[in-house]
Design a protein around this ligand. Structure first.
Ligand code: PGA
Length: 242
C-alpha cells in the first residue's frame, strides 16, 4: 500500500509527542523544560518532539522543542466556563493540539465535536493529533472506521493533521498490540485517510525502538513514560537510532 510518503520523508517527519495528562506541577514543568532544552542543545534531532502539559503550565514549558494542548474548545470564544480556545493555545506558543483522546471520548466527547474542534484549530494554525482506537473486545475496523469517518474535518490535510492510533486497552496498561498488528492497523488507517499515523499505548523506553521501526509508524504518542524527562529523552534517542 502506498501511504504517499517516501521513507526519507517519513523519517524526517517522525513525530514524538509527550502527553502529561493531568500530571506534574509548576516546578516539574520548569525542571523538565530545562532538561529537554539542554538535551536539544547538545543534539541535532531529525524527529519532531512535542510536549503537551496541562494548559496551566504551558507558559512555563518552553525550550528548543514544540508544545501542544491536550484539547481545545469546539467554540471559538464566548461564555464557555472552563474551556480553552484554539486561539489561546496558539497565543501560548502551541503548534499542536491533541483531539479526541480516548479519555475525553470516555467523557462523552463525540466524533462530531472532534471534527468541529479540528476545524477551529486549523483556523489558528494548530496541527491536530486526532486519536482513534478500539476498546478491549471491540472490533478494530468497525470502531476506527467510524471514528475516522466522523472525526476528520474538511480542513484536515496531511500537512496539518496526524492520526494517533491508540488501542484503549493498551493505554496505561503495559500491554501493546504485536508489532505485526501495529503495522497492519496503521496500514488500514492509511488506506482510509492519507495522514501520517502515530502509535500510542504503553510506549516505554524499552519498546519504543522496536515500535518506531515498524513500517507505517510515523511517530509515537507517549503518556506515562513522558512524565520524567529522562524517560522521554530515552524514547527520543531510541527513535533517532531507528
Ligand atoms: P500511556 O498513554 O503511554 O501511558 O499508555 C498513552 C496515551 O494515553 O496517549
Amino acid at each position: 500500500m502506498n501511504s504517499g510518503y517516501t521513507s526519507e520523508l517519513r523519517h524526517l517527519n517522525f513525530t514524538i509527542i509527550g502527553n502529561w495528562k493531568m500530571n506534574g506541577s509548576l516546578a516539574d514543568a520548569r525542571i523538565y523544560s530545562e532538561k529537554l532544552d539542554n538535551f536539544f542543545r547538545e543534539k541535532k534531532l531529525r524527529s519532531q518532539v512535542v510536549v503537551c502539559p496541562p494548559y496551566i503550565y504551558l507558559a512555563e514549558t518552553h525550550g528548543h522543542f514544540k508544545k501542544g494542548g491536550q484539547d481545545c474548545s469546539e467554540n471559538e470564544n464566548g461564555a464557555f466556563t472552563g474551556e480553552v480556545s484554539a486561539e489561546m493555545l496558539s497565543e501560548m506558543g502551541c503548534g499542536y493540539v491533541i483531539l479526541g483522546h480516548s479519555e475525553r471520548r470516555e467523557m462523552a466527547e463525540t466524533s462530531k465535536q472532534i471534527a468541529k474542534k479540528a476545524e477551529i484549530a486549523h483556523k489558528y494554525n494548530l496541527k491536530t493529533v486526532i486519536c482513534v482506537g478500539e476498546k478491549d473486545g471491540e472490533d478494530f475496523v468497525e470502531v476506527v472506521k467510524e471514528q475516522l469517518d466522523k472525526s476528520l474535518a474538511i480542513s484536515c490535510d496531511p500537512r496539518n493533521t496526524v492520526i494517533a492510533y491508540e488501542p484503549v486497552w493498551a493505554i496505561g496498561t503495559g500491554k501493546t498490540p504485536t508489532l505485526k498488528q501495529i503495522e497492519e492497523r496503521h496500514a488500514y488507517i492509511k488506506e482510509n485517510c492519507k495522514f501520517p499515523v502515530l502509535y500510542g499505548g504503553s510506549v516505554k523506553p524499552e519498546n519504543s525502538g522496536l515500535i518506531s521501526k515498524v513500517p507505517n509508524v510515523d511517530g509515537l504518542l507517549v503518556g506515562g513514560a513522558s512524565l520524567e524527562a529522562e524517560s522521554f529523552i530515552s524514547i527520543i534517542n531510541e527513535c533517532e537510532n531507528k
